[in-house]
Design a protein. Structure first.
Length: 348
């Protein structure tokens, strides 16, 4: 498949294509509008952000491989994804690339962890600002599934987020950045009737493979990602971010990067190893299913879904003994595409 590319530097600044020249902050929106043209025939738009130890070309190959597997499943087993009947499934992807390479060592992991935080942390880097603008641009230019002149969820283009490792952290920062901005977005019916009229844009699903963040990240680092409950004294709830569908996160006990190293660096294992710990909204836990086993909607229809992928994300036997990261990047499987495609189908 084909994809578009957005490049960021070490400070999270958007780069002019083919150069190391950053785009001025005031011109980010104009630059995206000039260089990214959303294909009209696409049904699903993906923003993919890669993780640790991924070069520029490898990032594109990883996104293409994952989505190509989903396309193949949609073609060979259409009955398993009834939500895709009608307009079909024609994905298009924007790959966000950033400098994530280091020595394959604990010190290298800490270096990229600190860089990712600096690139996307509030008041520091610009990654959240740039990706937030990217998501807003894609939302504004797509054909909207929730347009008032069409039956809900029968037309338009759907917007999905996919991240790996620190890439998931970037996406959470971007959505949180957008949630804190004034909004005039549309009222959109969520998967379980969740509505929020104050949305700068809407995201139909978010999937993060092996997230490199502490287990309490959604309480401590990303408090604006979800709507807060109404206060007892009657004050209005925090409006929350424009996540229309669920945030789904995989974890595997074979992931040494977010297990062994994360434990020593931050005093607790990461989400990619043990799943989300505390969170301000309800969670649901399930396992990564084989391609011949459908995901019931009730399994995925929750604000946070923890998916135990340890049966599949194991790395090679040699890798488990020798590779410092273990199975941290071992997510390129048909089962991963099955999960991705199931989220797209239920977004309809």
């Amino acid at each position: 498949m084909t994809h578009a590319v957005v490049d960021l530097d070490e400070d999270g600044r958007l780069l002019v294509p083919g150069t190391r020249t950053p785009v001025p902050e005031a011109r980010v929106a104009e630059h995206l509008a000039r260089h990214l043209k959303v294909p009209e025939r696409a049904t699903d738009l993906y923003v993919y952000v890669h993780g640790w130890q991924t070069g520029a070309q490898a990032a594109g190959r990883a996104a293409d491989a994952l989505i190509a597997r989903a396309v193949d499943l949609a073609r060979t087993a259409p009955a398993a994804y009834p939500g895709l009947t009608g307009r079909g499934y024609r994905p298009w992807c924007v790959v966000v690339r950033w400098p994530s390479s280091s020595l394959p060592s604990p010190a290298g992991y800490r270096r990229i962890r600190d860089r990712a935080h600096a690139m996307s942390g509030p008041g520091r880097g610009q990654a959240g600002f740039v990706i937030g603008h990217l998501l807003g641009y894609l939302d504004a230019t797509r054909g909207r599934p929730d347009a008032p002149e069409v039956l809900a969820n029968r037309s338009g283009q759907y917007l999905h987020l996919v991240g790996h490792s620190f890439g998931g952290r970037f996406l959470c920062e971007a959505v949180q950045w957008a949630a804190e901005r004034p909004a005039a977005g549309p009222r959109v019916l969520g998967w379980s009737g969740r509505t929020d009229p104050a949305r700068p844009f809407t995201v139909d699903s978010a999937l993060v493979f092996q997230m490199a963040a502490p287990r309490d990240a959604f309480d401590r680092l990303f408090p604006q990602l979800f709507r807060a409950p109404e206060r007892p004294e009657g004050r209005p709830a925090r409006p929350g971010a424009p996540l229309r569908g669920p945030l789904v996160l995989t974890h595997s006990r074979w992931d040494r990067a977010t297990g062994f190293w994360h434990l020593r660096a931050e005093g607790q294992p990461g989400i990619g190893h043990s799943g989300v710990g505390t969170a301000p909204v309800r969670q649901f836990s399930t396992t990564l299913l084989a391609t011949h086993t459908p995901y019931p909607k009730r399994v995925l229809d929750h604000p946070i879904v923890n998916v135990d992928a340890g049966r599949v994300f194991r790395g090679s036997a040699a890798g488990r003994r020798l590779a410092p990261a273990g199975a941290h990047s071992d997510f390129q499987h048909p089962e991963s595409a099955h999960l991705l495609l199931s989220l797209a189908a239920y977004s309809r």
